[in-house]
Design a protein around this ligand. Structure first.
Ligand code: FES
Ligand SMILES: [Fe+2]
Length: 337
């Protein structure tokens, strides 16, 4: 499996209208489009005639028309030239589908599992898109670690002076990593405190799992009484999909969900969706902002002084190499002997 062989999101459905859109996965430029009948197409974003970007063209009926000389291509990449009707051409096309309000793309000849998201009982709050100015590994490192919540985040996490009390539990399988953090919650903004029902001394639970085909994490956030027995009223679930655009840029799709036990319609979530979206956007903006200050963008871990919160970093890299990029691991000395 190579990087383009996994189903991965490239755009929100609502951002793909009548105009074709350029998207990039691991340096591969792809034009996605929606035909008049609603069928989706994804083709290499370079016209086989003289390499104009097909995403600069327009949709006519069931075809994408190149802006330069008017050649047209269907969703399978079959092309025709109005100036040379006897000549046929074909360009690379991709599998494309729409699920969970996102447009997903993969190569034609791969057969990966489509990611299933467990949203049972949750209400969709919104889906955000961010571009991180960092390589895939460093972007994932940021989201897969809670230690920075003491300094970077306001709406969840642990205060710096209680960070040492946080218990970190770590589980891994061949193709997933799970971390469960539990500790005294930081003091949240008053509206959040009230809506979630958080009391002084409560515990904050941060339970996340990352998978590697495609690259995505599920984060569950909830609060309980100090003995862990009584859960407060609202629980958040966020799915993040990480898509490498280039070696120094990673696109992050964040799908926000929530579950509330307030005894009113929709648990009161629908009326404050805008507020939750705004808070979440601010938090992810803060993460992205932090990434611009990295001293260098070398994804290797050599020379770093890692903390007890960073145990997943090495395993993440191993799984990105093996599961996502499909690269063979170098045999160890022990295996050679
Ligand atoms: S470059 Fe596309 S039709 Fe000529
Ligand atoms: Fe963060």
């Amino acid at each position: 499996m190579g990087m383009l062989d996994h189903w991965q999101p490239v755009a929100r459905s609502r951002d793909l209208g009548r105009k074709p859109e350029p998207v990039v996965i691991a340096g591969n430029q792809i034009a996605i489009f929606r035909t008049e009948s609603g069928q989706l197409g994804a083709v290499a974003d370079a016209c086989p005639h003289r390499r104009l970007k097909l995403s600069a063209g327009k949709v006519i009926g069931e075809h994408l028309q190149c802006r330069y000389h008017g050649w047209t291509f269907d969703a399978c990449g079959q092309g025709e030239s109005p100036g040379a009707p006897k000549m046929t051409t074909c360009t690379t096309s991709y599998d494309i589908r729409e699920e969970y309000g996102l447009v997903w793309v993969k190569t034609r000849d791969s057969n990966p599992r489509f990611p299933t998201l467990d949203t049972e009982g949750f209400i969709h709050i919104g889906t955000l898109v961010h571009d991180a100015p960092a390589p895939l590994e460093l972007t994932m490192d940021n989201f897969n670690e809670i230690e920075h919540s003491g300094t970077v985040h306001a709406n969840f996490g642990y205060d710096l002076d209680q960070m040492h009390e946080v218990k970190v539990n770590f589980e891994s399988t061949d193709d997933s990593l799970r971390v469960i953090n539990v500790g005294p919650t930081k003091r949240l903004p008053i509206l959040d405190r009230f809506f979630v029902g958080i009391r002084k001394g409560d515990l904050f639970h941060d339970d996340w799992t990352t998978w590697f085909s495609p690259l995505h994490s599920q984060f569950d956030h909830w609060w309980t009484s100090a003995d862990g027995k009584e859960e407060r009223k609202v629980r958040w679930r966020v799915f993040l999909f990480y898509v490498p655009v280039t070696e120094t840029k990673t696109r992050v799709f964040s799908m926000l969900y929530a579950k509330s036990r307030w005894p009113i319609p929709g648990g009161g979530l629908r009326s404050i969706r805008w507020y939750i979206r705004r808070q979440t956007r601010q938090e992810i903006d803060a993460d992205i902002d932090m990434l611009q200050y990295l001293a260098d963008y070398e994804p290797g871990l050599a020379g770093l002084k890692l903390s007890r919160f960073d145990k997943s970093l090495g395993l993440t890299r191993e799984r990105i190499q093996r599961v996502y990029k499909g690269e063979q691991q170098r045999p160890t000395l022990r295996a050679l002997l």
